[in-house]
Design a protein around this ligand. Structure first.
Ligand code: 4AD
Ligand code: MG
Length: 479
């Protein structure tokens, strides 16, 4: 016995080594009829059943409550019950950690996601979150594998920066100054020269600018790290702290950029389908249950698995912003004034209601929109010959809206400097960025994929706070 090692539940459930002794460690999910323990150890969303008989001490069994951590040894036997192939006939049972049954918030019943969000420190112990975080892991792994196979270099860009990459100014400040008594300049402003970094700094909104520097020598790089935005967006698709994947490729144009993004998305979705079968099956059924609450005509046309197969095996629609505006202008919700923001003129910024109309109602496929008006896009995008649009691309997904934002970059120094001046972007502070355009400048392109939006899509969850372990959002930083 002493030489036995713990076997994971996942392995045991696939085993046919009946008659052998095994050790299982995990947490009690349910204990029924003083006889059947359902044990989960996190290795799979499925539990293994352990059966106890009268040889096990009664006082021990009394302590066997939902949530308790236990270690058992026993014989693996073929199960006669339905739903499982194997079970364990318990020989010894040890309680590693009791669980106060009265106070344990997770009872063996369905809890709402809102409630589980309030106990995010315990929600890992549910099947839903086990499945979500397994899929999240698989997607992260697939992203690294995709880029590694293609010779990209994984670049770690800084989290603390002194620049505003998106020029939108929605940043969290980083400082070690004394808030109650900061040093002041002669004109009464806070003197950041005396701050830790000798200048005003913040948490990064994007690793792109640094990514471009590296791409101008390494050729193909990608970043995959945390990103911070202090925008006060209390929506189901925004986080204040989210993870972003940002590839940047020398000599790529907008078309190459679209191909790379489409390939990446299809690759990682296919990887999840192949490696997370149990989890996605569970999430599909979870969603089907939820759909039953909705009226017939509001239910999804495809289940989760069908949707993932559909997206990974069909070409995305590609069209220009100008074409999209025409479609939206003439759309029924626009004519019937159903959109919150009506589309009247070329130049209007697209809201998520418009993006979702294009994807879910009009094309019924993922859509890549290109060549947006320059005034609604960032300073670094390459300007088109028309003088009005830039070589931008946004990828729009069903149920999500924008999942990717990117562009071909403005590689011409004079165009870039002029645009920065027009948009009040300080050229002196970004001298290092402009240097790439002075020394061996070259066409290049890249994009940012919002990792949580990807996880949202693949898991079929509906709130972005349910696909990151500990969400950061306005008034939310509990755990
Ligand atoms: O469109 P965004 O702002 O683009 C950039 O940051 C560029 N620097 C990317 C690049 O070209 N290298 O953000 C990219 C993606 C969005 O499409 C969205 O998926 C996600 O990041 N995103 C967010 N995800 C969650 N919460 C937020 N507040 C997000 N803001 C953007
Ligand atoms: Mg964007």
């Amino acid at each position: 016995m002493e030489t036995l090692k713990r076997t994971k539940v996942k392995e045991l459930l696939n085993s046919t080594a009946y008659g052998t002794d095994v050790i299982v460690k995990g947490w009690v999910r349910t204990f029924r009829n003083d006889k059947f323990i359902a044990i989960n150890d996190g290795s799979t969303i499925n539990n293994i059943q352990a059966v106890v008989d009268s040889t096990i001490d009664e006082t021990l069994l009394k302590r066997l409550t939902t949530g308790a951590a236990i270690s058992i040894t026993g014989e693996l036997i073929e199960s006669i019950g339905k739903g499982q192939k194997v079970e364990i006939q318990v020989k010894t049972l040890e309680i590693l950690g009791d669980s106060d049954a009265e106070k344990f918030p997770l009872q063996p019943k369905k809890h709402s996601l809102e409630f589980l969000r309030e106990i995010a420190h315990l929600r890992f112990r549910t099947n839903t979150f086990n499945a979500v975080f397994k899929v999240r892991h698989a997607l992260a792994f697939a992203i690294h594998q995709f880029f590694n196979e293609r010779g990209f270099v994984y670049l770690h860009t800084p989290i603390i920066t002194a620049s505003d990459a998106e020029g939108a100014g929605e940043m969290f400040r980083v400082t070690s100054l004394d808030f109650d008594n900061p040093p002041r300049t002669e004109d009464g402003k806070v003197d950041f020269k005396q701050d830790f970094f000798g200048k005003s700094t913040n948490l990064t909104v994007s690793g792109q600018l640094e990514g471009e520097l590296a791409a101008m020598a390494l050729g193909e790089i990608y970043t995959f790290g945390p990103t911070f935005r202090a925008e006060n967006s209390n929506t189901t698709r925004h986080l204040a702290e989210f993870w972003m994947i940002e590839p940047e490729v020398a000599f790529n144009d907008l078309n190459d950029n679209m191909n790379l993004a489409e390939d990446l998305l299809k690759y990682v979705i296919t990887y999840a389908l192949e490696t997370c079968e149990d989890e996605l099956e569970f999430l599909k059924n979870r969603l089907l249950e939820e759909e039953k609450q909705k009226p017939q005509d509001e239910r999804a046309e495809m289940d989760l698995l069908a949707k993932l197969h559909f997206v990974s095996s069909n070409d995305f629609i590609r069209l220009s912003y100008t074409e999209a505006i025409e479609i939206l202008k003439n759309s029924t919700p626009n004519k019937k004034k159903k959109f919150k923001y009506l589309i009247e003129n070329w130049g209007a910024d697209l809201q998520s209601e418009h993006e979702r109309y294009l994807v879910e109602k009009h094309f019924k496929k993922p859509v890549i929109l290109t060549d947006y008006p320059k005034d609604i896009k960032a300073f670094y995008m390459r300007q088109n010959e028309d003088g009005k649009t830039v070589r931008a691309m946004d990828i729009l997904f069903p149920g999500i809206g924008e999942i990717v934002g990117g562009s071909q970059r403005e590689e011409r120094l004079d165009f870039l400097e002029k645009r920065m001046q027009e948009m009040n972007i300080p050229t002196e502070d970004l001298y290092w960025y402009l240097d790439t355009r002075k020394f061996g400048t070259a066409p290049h392109a890249g994009f940012g994929l919002g990792f949580e939006r990807l996880v949202l899509f693949v898991t079929g969850m509906t709130n972005i706070r349910d696909v990151i372990p500990f969400p950061r959002a306005p008034k939310t930083a509990e755990f």
